[in-house]
Design a protein. Structure first.
Lengths: 305, 212
């Protein structure tokens, strides 16, 4: 079949010859072959808009015929802009915090002109806190490279600066005060209970990530209901653990910027958790042989929300 | 925008109160002993009341009662209140300068047109001259207000530094430090960017409103 491609303003961008049973990925591959600068990940196709209606995007699973594109038909091409892989973004955005905290500790003399009095409680806390912070991001780097299975390959390149600015900026703001020679340490009780809870939550978070990995076979986009452990109570226990870990960190290492970072992260994860929870309930509705999502399960906070 | 009767009655009351307060400010400014230097001493009470009331406009924008995007309204109201309460209210010597008086005079000149315009819109009577004034007064007043606001901060900087206004120093249990003088120096260049951007936005609105 022959498919005409046009830009959003109606400019013709060429005609592609495809097998009659071609799907959307085949269309993208063919267009990338014709216009190599537009690699597959930065392409999106739409059906031509009828009247004032919003144009309908072509999902990757559909065949062209099923989506309503016949031989001699037209599709609209949108350039999503330069793309970068999720993996690369994650590796770079976590690299900042991973290095920034230890850098403030080891570079005290250069940054503040003096060091925390050696042997003081503050000095002792700062070593353990910098280690805890760095381990958190080392864990995230490990999970990014070896555990997570990404459902999308790429995101727009512009997101890189935004994400790095968020993580690097907050890391620098928290580290500046947490590693300051005039740092006021938490009480023994807060410090010890905070750090213990922090590592417990980190372990829980990692357990959830391995569990989620096991749910999705390599190379597939299969979706299943996660079961067992904290998943019995909430849809996103990985976020519950992550938020718990940051609250615990701030108990052990009280800074205004640290609480602000935890609040921003918690707000963002609450939005994601609400979305995932809704999708689970919608997808697993118990009809037509689909499993029913456990009705008592909450989104993020056990028994409450 | 569809509004319930209760919402309309509330907005009527709100805008009438704002009109009255800014009219009082105008009257006090006109008769202020000592000219611009005495403007703050004379007109501060109604202006402080009006600007406290204006905090409600952030809520209005957030719940869709008034026009404007919530972040933009918040920046405008809080930006004004920072200089009014945070600087002039805290530093009497700066409040008695001519540039502070000029700032209050410009705000008042803007608001004695803006709020009657809103009020007129609510009751459905907006004379053409009022619309014209609403979308023309800003032409000189907006740059003048910006300049006076920046002028107030510049005039206040020595006192802010010397007195350590709002300074939070380490060590403290919250492990937090803040220096208002540094904050002001970092924020002032933003006026150079956002000032012209807002002006262009209002010029575009002017063309649209006055063409109709």
């Amino acid at each position: 079949m022959k498919i005409h491609v046009q830009s959003r303003s109606g400019k013709p961008l060429g005609t592609l010859t495809l097998p009659n049973d071609a799907d959307v990925p085949a269309l993208k591959a063919a267009y990338a072959k014709q216009t190599p600068s537009m690699y597959v990940d930065r392409q999106r196709f739409y059906l031509p808009a009828v009247g004032g209606a919003k144009p309908v995007a072509l999902g990757d699973r559909a065949t062209l015929a099923a989506a309503g594109v016949a031989d001699g038909g037209t599709v609209v091409f949108k350039d999503l802009g330069p793309q970068i892989s999720w993996k690369a973004v994650f590796v770079l955005e976590y690299l900042g915090p991973l290095l920034i905290f230890p850098a403030f500790l080891l570079g005290q003399r250069a940054i503040y002109g003096r060091v925390t009095p050696p042997g003081s409680v503050a000095a002792e806390h700062q070593v353990a806190l910098a280690l805890a912070w760095a381990l958190h991001y080392a864990k995230r780097e490990f999970e990014t490279l070896c555990v997570h299975r990404f459902s999308h390959a790429t995101m727009p390149l512009g997101n890189l600066a935004k994400n790095c600015g968020y993580y690097w900026g907050f890391a620098a703001a928290v580290a500046y005060f947490a590693m300051h020679p005039l740092y006021t340490p938490a009480s023994d009780a807060a410090y010890i209970s905070g750090l213990v809870t922090f590592y417990f939550m980190e372990a829980g978070n990692m357990w959830c990530h391995f569990k989620l990995r096991a749910l999705r076979p390599a190379g597939s986009t299969v979706r299943r209901i996660p079961m067992g452990g904290p998943f019995s109570y909430v849809s996103c226990p990985n976020y519950t653990c992550e938020i718990g870990a940051w609250v615990a960190f701030n108990v052990a290492c009280p800074t205004v910027w640290g609480w602000a970072f935890a609040a921003c992260g918690a707000a963002q994860m609450a939005v994601w958790a609400a979305g995932k929870h809704r999708n689970y309930r919608k997808e697993f509705d118990g009809k037509d042989g689909r499993p029913l999502y456990p009705r008592s399960r909450k989104a993020l906070i056990p028994f409450i929300w | 925008m569809a509004r319930g009767r209760l919402a309309r009655a509330y907005l009527l009351l709100y805008n009438a109160a704002a009109c009255a307060l800014w009219a009082a400010a105008a009257a006090r400014l006109a008769t202020a002993p000592g000219g611009l230097g005495g403007a703050y001493a004379a007109a501060a009470p109604p202006i402080r009341a009006a600007q406290t009331l204006a905090l409600a406009e952030i809520v209005h924008a957030a719940v869709g009662l008034g026009g404007g995007s919530p972040p933009l309204v918040a920046v405008q109201v809080l930006g004004r209140n920072l200089v009014l309460f945070g600087v002039l209210g805290a530093l009497p010597a700066v409040a008695a300068t001519r540039v502070a008086g000029a700032l209050l005079a410009v705000w008042t000149a803007v608001e004695v047109v803006r709020y009657p315009y809103y009020l007129g819109g609510l009751v459905g009577v907006v004379p053409g001259a009022l619309t014209w004034a609403r979308y023309s007064a800003f032409l000189p007043l907006y740059p003048a207000g910006m300049a006076a606001e920046v002028g107030c901060y510049v005039a206040a900087l020595p006192a802010i530094d010397a007195g350590g206004l709002y300074r939070v120093a380490l060590p403290n249990a919250a492990n937090f430090a803040f220096d208002f003088g540094t904050f002001v120096r970092a924020a002032l260049p933003l006026y150079l960017y956002f000032g012209p951007a807002l002006y262009v936005h209002m010029l575009r609105q002017r063309r649209r409103k006055l063409a109709a």
